[in-house]
Structures are given as C-alpha cells and as structure tokens.
Design a protein around this ligand. Structure first.
Ligand code: APR
Length: 253
C-alpha cells in the first residue's frame, strides 16, 4: 500500500496496528517484552536467520556454537566467540533499547525476557531482565565454574587455575538453559496480560514456549518482526515488514 504521509514511515494499516498496540499497552497492568536478535540489528549486530545476513546463513552453529565445537573444534570456537565479543565492543544500544528502559522506569513494562547475549538491555538501563541464553559480558571456567571478566577470554590465557577451559557465559547448542532464568521467565509469562515479541523468529525452544505460555493464560500476544514467525498464527496482533526502532519510536510518541 502507498505510504500515506511523508512524515511517517508507516502505511495507514500499520499505523492502525501501532495505535491498537498503544491501546493494549494503556490497558495493560503487566506487560512483558520478549526480545530476540532482531532487537539488536539496528545497533549493528547481525541476527541469526535473516535471509542473506543472518549469522547462521554464513556459519554452521553446530560447528561453532555448540558443546561439540567447544570440545573438538576449540580453536575455531575461540575465534568465533572472540569475533562476536569484538563486534560487541564496536556497537552500542540503539534508541529502541533506551525507549524500553524509559518504559520500565515509567512502569509501562514490567520485565524483559531476552534471548540476546549482548547485554544491550542492561547497558540501556533496564533492570528487570531475564537472559535465557546467558551473556557475552562474562566468561567462566567449564570445570569449577569460576567467573571471570570477558577480557580474560580475549587474552592469551584461557586456562583456569584449576586447569579447566575458560569459555564465554553463553548457552551453547547442546546445553541446558539457566534454571533461574527459565523459572523466572515462566512466572513473568504467567503474570503478563500483554506479551510483546520484538525481533525473534521464535524458532528456538524452549525460549519460544514463553509467548505460548503467556497466550495460554490469557495474555494478548503481539509480534513485531520484519519477517513472519513460527507463532504468527497464535498472535493477537502482528507487525511485519517494519523496523523495531521505527515502531518503538512511534509507540513512544
Ligand atoms: N526490525 C524488526 N525485525 C527484525 C529486525 C529489525 N530491525 N532485524 C531483524 N529482524 C527480525 C528478522 O526478520 C528475524 O526473523 O528478527 C528476527 C531474528 O530472528 P533470529 O535471527 O532467528 O534470532 P532469534 O529469534 O533471536 O534466535 C533465537 O537462536 O541461535 C540461537 O541463541 C541464538 O538467541 C538465539 C536464538
């Protein structure tokens, strides 16, 4: 559909959806945001599955981001994660991250469940964040569990005093998600009367079970994602084809 008004990047039909979401937010008493890699592409980080640019369209995650890779492909594993940590240093949260932080301060959202490991929600000022897939902001010993600043992983010595391998504190393919984050995310999904997905293909479990858990107990499910997702048929409202930053800016007006 032709863009109606040069002052806004949105068509009339998208503006109607954004106004519908504004109404949901104004009536909600417990709003939970669920973010994926699409939340950070406007900060300069690639996502995983976007056609052509997603990381897993260039690399094979099982060869680089799995427990098998950590054990049997260690040099490439180390190079891959050092590359990702270095990319983080060159990027920072975008305006959309700061809008979410404002919304938490104003009581408009109650928590963020994130699949992202970039730490951008913390850096932007949110406090109630559940990191389902760990973080690239620290590393820890695979044997004794001792935590180190991420600089240790970027340096020469990745061997702990106990002899274990010091690895980034992200959840690898083949590893269980952190119990605490899973438990708290389930509590948040159950309390939500509005559950807003920002930038996720919703193709990875068990993370993609939380939107369903929220929906099942009666929350309105909203999905804002450039492409269609695996859970679009469960959503009350879907905004495809728009950048999250643009939509959040419009919502924040
Ligand atoms: N605005 C809106 N949507 C966007 C934007 C943007 N600026 N940029 C990307 N997207 C959308 C893409 O269309 C894509 O569908 O974000 C989605 C990101 O999906 P994935 O790349 O699959 O990322 P995610 O859902 O977070 O992946 C989940 O998979 O590999 C694991 O641990 C990794 O946490 C990750 C998990």
């Amino acid at each position: 559909m032709k863009k109606q008004n040069p002052q806004t990047p949105f068509s009339q039909s998208v503006l109607q959806k954004i106004n519908q979401l504004k109404e949901y937010m104004s009536k909600s008493s417990y709003t939970v945001v669920f973010s994926g890699a699409g939340m950070s592409t406007e900060a300069g980080l690639p996502d995983f599955r976007s056609v052509g640019t997603g990381m897993w369209t260039q690399f094979n995650p099982l060869e680089l981001a799995s427990t098998t890779a950590m054990k049997h492909n260690r040099d490439q594993f180390i190079d891959f994660y050092r590359y990702r940590v270095q990319s983080l240093k060159e990027c920072k949260p975008h305006e959309g991250h700061y809008i979410l932080a404002e919304w938490e301060k104003d009581g408009k959202i109650q928590s963020i469940i994130t699949q992202n490991v970039d730490g951008f929600h913390h850096a932007a000022g949110n406090r109630r964040i559940l990191e389902l897939h760990g973080t690239l902001r620290t590393c820890h010993c695979s044997e004794c569990g001792k935590t180190y600043p991420i600089e240790q992983f970027m340096g020469e010595n990745v061997q702990c005093n106990c002899g274990g391998f010091i690895r980034p504190s992200v959840v690898l393919f083949g590893e269980a998600l952190p119990e605490g984050a899973l438990h708290q995310s389930s509590i948040e999904a159950k309390k939500a009367d509005l559950f807003i997905v920002l930038g996720s293909s919703l193709s990875v479990s068990p993370a993609n079970l939380f939107p369903l858990e929220a929906k099942r107990q009666g929350a309105k499910l909203v999905i804002i994602n450039m492409e269609t997702t695996d859970l679009d048929n469960k959503a009350d409202l879907i905004i495809n084809g728009e950048k999250i930053g643009d939509v959040l800016r419009e919502l924040a007006k």
